[in-house]
Design a protein around this ligand. Structure first.
Ligand code: ATP
Ligand code: MG
Length: 436
């Protein structure tokens, strides 16, 4: 029932119902772009809002039926990526579950909520209502043939009529957020359709290089805590499937350790050759001395990943987008910092600014790991917890000024302070006033 009341769903998504159309867009678009990148496909997403609801279609590999099945099982979280440390858009593994519950909660829990997922020639019509006797959600899935759609995924959230005004009021920010995606993703092409009003934005750099969700994770991105979490997740996962991977197999999946000679060195120095991963277990916990040693040795034998390998939006791309917004390009200013945090995490921070004479007010585009913030995720910056907003105000770029400002950070370990991924702490770093 964690998803089935207004209060619970506000906690799960981190946002009030007024912002739920934006939550749908963010979660679905993140999934679509991630899936395309994983397969090396240049992402094209098609977002339609009409009287029936919100639809996000992509040209990706198509969500597998087994994944749809597990999304419908509210007793498990889906994402296998949850324990990995990597610069990804989403990794909690429950976003689609919140989207199943959303239409039900919006209909004041009266009728049924419905979400359709179409992929691989099948349309899964997923409905949710609550069994009031057992206080349990009842999720039903009907499979229909949808031969017309053989590739990609189409996700449609049936927005209840009774909440149509929420959708209408979200229009401005919804359309803006679609634009934000094209600022933060040089390889993305996008078609938008709001009740028949259509527009298209083409990729500025279809072959844009960036770190892909399927790329190997680096030992240098882990502290002992995250490392033990990953090992624990693997041991538990293996035990469920009655297998037990070796330490060598575990090590081989990391960036810089895919070569057998490297693995041999790690195993020799840790004394873990021909040992299964479950040997790191110590009762209900892990042998901390061993996991610490393993992590240190793995770091020793692998190179660090350079910040730029995460992906850089770049001046050319951003100036094209700013120019298309009608900015005065004489005033365009771009800065980039590609560095490593005190904890050794690579990051790329980019900002861009321009005066936009015809704009009605300030436009701020913020994002973390190529996904735009619904709210500005940089609400507290620096040692004294100032917000990005107050810093801009001080720079005479207040809310009413016709300026465009962009701030993006890519970093493998981003700590969100809430479940809705709407506020971030990056690398635990604190910058001083001057550095801001
Ligand atoms: N458009 C899509 N194309 C292909 N696979 C998809 C698509 N959308 C979702 N998936 C698969 O479904 C899984 C579950 O998606 P969901 O959004 O619920 O979780 P997540 O993306 O792993 O994490 P988060 O909760 O942070 O979004 C994804 O991990 C992915 O494997
Ligand atoms: Mg997701």
């Amino acid at each position: 029932m964690d998803f089935c009341s207004r209060k619970e769903l506000i906690a799960q998504t981190g946002h009030q119902p007024e912002a739920w159309p934006l939550v749908v867009l963010k979660e679905a678009a993140d999934n679509s772009i991630d899936a395309c990148e994983d397969q090396g496909i240049r992402p094209l997403i098609f977002v339609t809002v009409d009287a029936r609801g919100i639809e996000i279609a992509d040209n990706g590999p198509g969500i597998p039926e087994a994944t749809v099945e597990s999304i419908c099982d509210f007793s498990v979280r889906v994402s296998s990526r949850e324990a990995y440390v990597s610069p990804t858009r989403g990794a909690q593994g429950n976003a689609l579950k919140t989207l199943i519950a959303m239409p039900f909660v919006l209909s004041d829990q009266a009728g049924e909520g419905r979400l359709d997922i179409t992929a691989h020639g099948i349309r899964h019509e997923i409905t949710l209502h609550v069994d009031r006797i057992r206080q349990e959600p009842v999720i039903e899935r009907r499979r229909q043939s949808a031969e017309r759609i053989q590739s990609g995924t189409v996700l449609r959230v049936h927005w209840p009529d009774s909440s149509c005004s929420i959708l209408q009021r979200a229009k401005h920010r919804f359309v803006q957020m679609l634009g934000d995606y094209t600022f933060l993703n040089p390889h993305l092409s996008l078609i938008g359709d709001w009740f028949g009003e259509r527009w298209r934005v083409d990729a500025t750099s279809p072959a844009w290089p960036k770190w892909r969700p399927s790329d190997a994770t680096s030992p240098h991105w882990y502290g002992v805590e995250q490392f033990e979490r990953l090992i624990g997740a693997f041991i538990a996962h293996d035990a469920d499937g009655s297998t037990d991977r070796t330490v060598r197999q575990f090590v081989s999946a990391f960036a810089g350790l895919s070569r057998p000679d490297k693995q041999a060195k790690v195993l020799k120095e840790t004394g873990l050759a021909r040992v299964n991963l479950s040997a790191l277990r110590d009762g209900d916990s892990l042998n901390h001395e061993l996991t610490r040693k393993l992590l240190a040795v793995m770091k020793n034998h692998s190179k660090v990943i350079k910040p730029a390998a995460l992906g850089v939006l770049g001046k050319t791309h951003l100036s094209e987008r700013f120019s298309a917004l009608g900015c005065d390009m004489e005033t365009f200013n771009y800065r980039k910092v590609a560095d490593v945090t005190e904890e050794g995490l690579p990051f790329v921070l980019e900002t861009a600014f321009a005066w936009s004479p015809d704009a009605e007010g300030r436009r701020i585009i913020t994002g973390v790991n190529w996904s735009p913030g619904i709210l500005n995720p940089f609400r507290e910056l620096g040692r004294f917890g100032q917000s990005l907003d107050s810093i801009l105000e001080r720079q005479r770029a207040g809310e009413d000024e016709p300026v465009v400002f962009l701030l993006h950070v890519a970093c493998p370990r981003v700590e969100y302070t809430d479940r809705g991924k709407s506020a971030v702490v990056i690398g635990g770093e604190q910058h001083s006033d001057e550095e801001e």
